[in-house]
Design a protein around this ligand. Structure first.
Ligand SMILES: *Cc1c(COP(=O)(O)O)cnc(C)c1O
Length: 334
């Protein structure tokens, strides 16, 4: 079966780079949503915890349950808000406050310009009052940047708004509120970090998506994807391979089938512009549900060792390439 290796050293290298920016490992919250961006939820949680990371972020409570023993806090981005010692829940709207269980730990998300989730700026006062009235335990206030990975001033006005929000919340005298706003792109470009926490996802997994004008923090891909040979055949010149026979052999060739396909979350792509695997071979013809064909006879081939490079070929982003991979693909830490 196809398999993934997880390079622990590279993961720790990336976390160290982030820690240099935040000034402390204690200020890193590792984002483990969507099966840790396809890298394996429990596996990456264990490695992060061994590194000394104390805070994690997931989307749902079922994910949090699998990693709860490893962290001091787990922030759940979108699920039913219940009272728990470890879990805190994102408040995305005034409605969420009404539905939350009394005593629950909540982190209020304020919309500073992304217009996806979070309460509006002019709802802040009402939200703070309502959180108090409902007996909720406000442990965090956060926002999310819409363009941290673009070379523009957009980030700055969102940051300014967040500073105003901090002021207001501090004045409202909540006991212990942590403030956080930075994702990977924001922390990688920042020169002075004064939040309490960074929410780092893609950067930890080894991808710096900032464009060229920014000073480049060197990150190392954590994941490498391999496929195993299923069978080999000798094809004469002019024989056609796979569904639709999209590829025809220019000469007599050895063609092998490898056990990775779009059913495993690999992009089906476009056989007119075939994906070239990390070993330099183009996929021959269409990607099937469970197989690809390659002009190789090796027992194992490296399909991808850099999701950012793969994403360029596949006309998407590193996030999608890794996150799409099936959680069923076995993983091995190296
Ligand atoms: C996914 C997510 C992040 C992590 O973003 P990266 O770009 O992967 O670092 C941070 N904050 C929120 C609210 C998210 O949903």
């Amino acid at each position: 079966m196809a398999f993934i290796t997880i390079n622990k050293q590279n993961f720790y290298h990336n976390l160290n780079q982030i820690a240099l920016k935040t000034g402390s490992v204690d200020k890193i919250a590792i984002v483990l949503k969507d099966n840790a961006y396809g890298h394996g939820l429990e596996l990456m949680a264990k490695l992060a915890s061994e590194f000394g990371i104390k805070h994690a972020i997931v989307r749902k409570t079922v994910e949090a349950e699998q990693i709860r023993s490893l962290f001091e806090t787990v922030l759940i981005l979108g699920d039913t808000i219940i009272k728990d010692d470890i879990y805190s829940f994102t408040i995305n709207s005034l409605e969420d406050i009404k539905q939350a269980q009394r005593g629950a730990k909540v982190e209020l998300k304020v919309d500073t310009g992304m217009h996806r989730n979070g309460i509006a700026l002019d709802e802040l006062d009402e939200a703070l009052v309502s959180i108090q009235e409902r007996g909720l335990n406000l442990t965090g206030v956060m926002t999310h940047f819409r363009s941290a990975d673009e070379f523009s001033s957009e980030l700055f006005w969102q940051q300014k708004k967040f500073e105003m929000i901090k002021e207001k919340v501090r004045k409202a005298k909540f006991a212990e509120v942590r403030f956080h706003s930075h994702n990977s792109a924001a922390i990688l470009r920042t020169k002075s970090f004064d939040d309490d926490l960074v929410r780092v996802g893609i950067g930890a997994y080894g991808y710096n998506e900032l464009p060229a004008p920014f000073e480049k923090v060197e990150l190392k891909p954590v994941m490498t994807l391999y496929a195993k040979k299923v069978s080999t055949r000798v094809l004469k010149a002019g024989e056609r391979v796979g569904y639709g026979g999209d590829f025809s052999t220019p000469k007599e060739m050895l063609v092998s089938t490898y056990d990775l396909g779009y059913g495993d979350g690999w992009c089906r792509g476009d056989s007119t512009q075939p994906y070239v695997i990390s070993e330099g071979l183009p996929i021959l013809g269409r990607v099937s549900m469970d197989f690809v064909a390659l002009g190789s006879t090796k027992d194992e081939v490296c399909i991808m060792n850099d999701a950012q490079k793969a994403a360029k070929q596949l006309r998407t982003i590193s996030y999608e390439v890794t996150t799409a991979l099936s959680p069923e693909i076995p993983k091995e830490v190296i």
